[in-house]
Ligand binder design. Structure first.
Ligand SMILES: [Zn+2]
Length: 261
């Protein structure tokens, strides 16, 4: 068990990171030209400061405190009473818990810092894909590069395994997607999914790829089953975003790394 102070620090840093992830999730797709600019507004990731998407009133600094702000406001804008999406506190809580998990699994080491970054980026990717159907190149690319940088020092996998993992992950999904498109004429695996699997290979090495794909597929199937239980009609020809399931699969496999002999 680690120092209680260090644990609180990890929770706090994680919640702040989650707060920034919410900005990234809200503004990124428009800034990167994936969705209409009206969705994310003007400016960049730091300006203008956070505002209510309904009435555009700036949010008072006190209410920007992760989770606490949402609870104090009871999930509504102080100015216009518009509902604040539950996604905001959920992302902050998930990022905080993940950061604590990274500290618990890897101890106060550089590996924990890299692991924290890994989970934050996957969280942003999963939510953006869920909301927009896109896995932005900026995020998959950064994820892959930071993974290769960490493994240049063999933190999670040997360097050669990481490089082969990045290439094999991206190429295998790209090839399956291309074959499926010829055979069935539908887009089953997007290029974004291929880049995400490549990034996961860069972090965990090529040997982890089959289990990541298996767990990711099971997670996606569970997601589809849950949505049809809730009444959504999904046919085999519908494009179901694979990114969130793949991100969850990659995350779960990553958590087992410290357990490996
Ligand atoms: Zn408002």
């Amino acid at each position: 068990m680690y120092d209680i102070g260090l644990s609180i620090l990890a929770l706090g840093a994680g919640a702040l990171a989650g707060s920034f992830l919410n900005v990234l999730i809200h503004r990124g797709p428009a800034l990167w030209g994936l969705v209409d600019a009206a969705e994310g507004g003007n400016g960049d990731f730091f300006r203008p400061r956070s505002y209510c998407p309904e009435c555009r009133a700036p949010i008072p600094y006190l209410f920007l405190i992760p989770v606490v702000g949402y609870v104090v406001l009871r999930g509504r804008c102080a100015n216009c009473d518009a509902k604040i999406p539950i996604r905001y506190p959920l992302v902050e809580i998930a990022a905080a818990l993940h950061t604590l998990a990274a500290l618990a699994l890897f101890g106060p080491t550089p590996a924990a810092v890299f692991a924290a970054f890994f989970g934050w980026t996957l969280l942003a990717l999963a939510v953006i894909d869920w909301e927009t159907g896109y896995l932005p190149d900026w995020l998959t690319g950064t994820l892959a590069l930071i993974g290769l940088a960490a493994n240049a020092f063999s933190i999670f996998a040997p360097p050669v395994d990481a490089i082969i993992g990045a290439a094999a992950g991206a190429v295998s999904f790209w090839a399956i997607g291309a074959l499926w498109r010829r055979w069935r004429g539908v887009e089953a695996l997007g290029l974004g999914d291929a880049k995400l699997l490549g990034a996961l290979g860069a972090w965990m090495g090529w040997e982890a790829l089959p289990i990541i794909v298996l767990v990711g597929s099971l997670a996606s199937l569970a997601g589809v089953a849950l949505s049809s239980l809730r009444g959504a009609k999904i046919s085999t020809r519908d494009a179901v975003p694979f990114g969130p399931g793949l991100a969850l699969g990659g995350y779960l496999v990553f958590l087992t790394i410290p357990l490996a002999p």
